[in-house]
Design a protein around this ligand. Structure first.
Ligand code: DAH
Length: 336
């Protein structure tokens, strides 16, 4: 074989490779394009490589250079194709007539919005946020909170047990104890979190829901601090002219126990009415002691509320289940 003949073959192969690449639809996947090119290479490069040996010795260097150049050219052709495929303004690679993907603005869940807003208000009143585990021990969930050992809330049909002594917390109040154990007073925390109960899923109940707990502990804290802080919160959250009232209530971990009601208009034509928004009270001395603090020295108050309930009254939602549906037609109303 003559050198000129060899070079002509190499040239022809380079042209064919380029023609092949140029003929590819820009939408062809890169691996498919490479496969086609490889098929061409396998068949004809092998032949070219074979004929190298058939050349006179003094021509082999020039032929070898051409052969290597050809391999580089083929790689360049593939690279150029890949670049065209990925660049948006490459001719034909980007179809400007293709329908655009619908864009949407995500939103925070209404319950999250309520929690954030409440946390912001309490932050201005000197509170920080504390979190605790959702899988709790009986002691943190009940015992340390002054529930008597036979309290019905601990029954299997009310509480979701994970094991002998582990359960899904039924309220966020255990975080009170965990916080007092970890941080020396003065303590001012808000504890948002998911809680679990063996409830049926209906318009007003869910077996898993968010709660928001608050706790203030220090020397000399009295019911006055509770009333003034929670009253101030309600005025900031619901509006300055909104009336609140406190009434007696019972929870084992507070003494005295209370509930706070707010006068709200649910926009159902029935006008203003009192709605209970939280349970609260002075932290029971037994709870302060269980957390390892001296109840003669320290007093405190606490509250617990359900942000879902608050979101429902605020946004006129009458079935709690829509808060769990993940239906974007409902959720996108809250985008801002
Ligand atoms: N843990 C109570 C519940 O789940 C709510 C609650 C009531 C929390 C009074 C408190 C409180 O901190 O003082 O129903």
């Amino acid at each position: 074989m003559q050198l000129s003949e060899y070079l002509a073959q190499a040239d022809a192969l380079a042209r064919d490779a380029r023609a092949l690449i140029d003929s590819l639809d820009p939408a062809t996947r890169l691996d498919v394009a490479k496969g086609q090119l490889n098929a061409l290479k396998d068949e004809r490069i092998a032949a070219l490589q074979g004929s190298l040996r058939a050349l006179p010795a003094e021509d082999r260097r020039a032929a070898g250079t051409a052969f290597n150049g050809l391999k580089t050219d083929m790689q360049d052709a593939v690279d150029a194709f890949a670049a065209r495929q990925t660049s948006r303004d490459g001719d034909g690679a980007w179809d400007a007539t293709m329908p655009a993907r619908r864009t949407w603005r995500g939103s925070l869940h209404p319950v999250t919005l309520v929690i954030d807003e409440i946390c912001d208000i309490f932050r201005e009143l000197g509170f920080t946020v504390a979190l605790g585990p959702e899988a709790e021990t009986e002691w943190y969930n009940f015992g340390a909170l002054n529930f008597p050992p036979d309290h019905p809330a601990m029954e299997l049909h009310d509480t979701l047990y994970l094991g002998e002594d582990t359960l899904l917390r039924t309220h966020t109040s255990p975080v009170q104890v965990r916080t007092m154990q970890r941080f020396a007073p003065p303590v001012r925390v808000l504890c948002p979190g998911q809680v679990y109960r063996r409830d049926f899923f209906d318009a007003t109940h869910a077996p898993a829901f968010m709660q928001l707990e608050g706790l203030a502990v220090d020397e000399g804290i009295s019911f006055v601090d509770l009333k003034s802080t929670l009253g101030e919160f309600a005025r900031r959250f619901y509006g300055a002219s909104r009336r609140v009232r406190f009434g007696p209530s019972y929870f084992p971990f507070v003494e005295p126990g209370a509930q706070m009601d707010v006068e709200v208009d649910l926009n159902d034509g029935k006008g203003l009415r009192w709605v209970e928004i939280m349970g609260c009270g002075m932290v029971h001395p037994n709870v302060i002691e269980a957390a390892g603090l001296d109840s003669e020295k320290y007093t405190g108050w606490a509250f617990g509320m359900g942000p879902a309930r608050i979101a429902m009254s605020r946004y006129e939602i009458n079935d709690i289940r829509v808060l769990y549906d993940s239906d974007v037609r409902f959720l996108e109303q809250f985008a801002r």
